[in-house]
Design a protein around this ligand. Sequence first.
Ligand code: AMP
Ligand code: ZN
Length: 490
Amino acid sequence: MQHNLVLYNTLTRKKEKFEPIHPNMVGMYVCGPTVYSDVHLGNCRTFVSFDLIFRYLLHLGYKVRYVRNITDAGHLEGDNDEGDDKFAKKAKLEQLEPMEIVQKYTIGFHDVLRLFNTIPPSIEPTATGHISEQIEMIKQIMANGYAYEVNGTVYFDVQKYIEQYNYTILTNRNLEDLLNNTRELGGQDEKKGRLDFALWIKAKPEHIMRWPSPWSVGFPGWHIECSAMSRKYLGDQFDIHGGGMDLAATHHTNEIAQSQACNHADPAKYWMHTNMLTVNGARMSKSAGNGFLPHELFTGKHALLQRGYSPMAVRFFMLQAHYRSTLDFSNEALDAADKGYKRLMAAISLLDKINPTAVSSIQHDIAGIKANCYAAMDDDFNSPILIAELFEMVRVINSVYDGKQTIDETTLADIKELMQHFVCDIMGLQDDHVGGDGDSVDNLMNVIIKLRNESKKNKDFTTSDRIREELTAIGIQLKDSKEGTLWNKI
Ligand code: AMP
Ligand code: ZN
């Protein structure tokens, strides 16, 4: 397979040519959500970024096995070995079984990702479904001398590990600094070293989610699930391991340590990290409480939002930034993305209305634009540059449609194929209009909005309310703002 894909590898801190371990096949593991509450838009950004990567690898013709887990056990508050279990706490709060919590938020997660038109992964394993694999891995790590048990809890021995391996290989942090920034052990602590982390945790009597193990009735630590599940489905060594940048310093660092201690091999050849979605510069997170829920964004029902945006406009907003850059949320940026997305889709719908002529007058080098599109994606999946190239194409389409240029059949077919490949297959965008082409839906909506405003002016609130309600029933939402009434699809 001939291609020039280059990607940024966090492990080596540089861009590298992508060469999979087995020719033409790619094994990719991405850390999935912890399903104890609704996914926020930041989580979605990470999954949309890996969807772009998955889609491009598929487009290049690779056979991809994409594994994205569901964390449904073992994740404690504070992301370390202390605090309450996130699921048990939420279960108490909502008066549900922990597995009802898991089910509810897994379904919600899938629903949201479907709205964003992401392709489901090839395998979506759960932590609770792989307890025995995790126990096996812990046994192996202990047998190799890199873990110890204290009162039914098993800890990874980082001190022992660093005698042989580079613990901070992924982030290149200074070990001394890391130690100095980690809390000192107190008399209560069972750990031998400050950086040690739990592989298996003995359950306290009130802990509901518990399984038998050679050490105690308990539950696995958060990091071991990803090591055990990636190993099971992708082997001791696979091509790409991904996740949000926030996971690199602890979760992924510990994953590498576990896999090395178990298999004496680096688990992944390429580590890819997506940057954060921020709100006023601060990372959007569940625990900070600054998380927009996708549904709030689609409906516009949030204090910070002027109106709602369609899932495809939001997807376009995300793709306008490179996956390794931060993306700051703002109404203005979303408005601009909405316009950009609509321009792109409108140009695609014009393609079917263009009649080809015998000769082409367009000076544009379509093959050149196509090469630039591939070059953008080959350069570490650079979607903003790809979008700029596609807008070059939009200008060509519009000038042909306006009669300023002519186009022959072959060139028209080439443009159609290019737009299908890059806009639909790779960027994963689709037309989100209720039906028909964009322009006429917009025009129809303007007529309806005008009628509703007239009835409001005439104090005929029965009619104006009915228009709003009936539109809501078919999935269209109206929002009154300073600039007039805006609409969007829910
Ligand atoms: P969690 O459910 O918190 O375990 O997170 C699931 C995924 O979303 C992980 O890969 C995180 O790194 C990622 N993530 C969390 N917050 C953000 C954010 N603000 N922007 C982008 N990705 C995020
Ligand atoms: Zn993980």
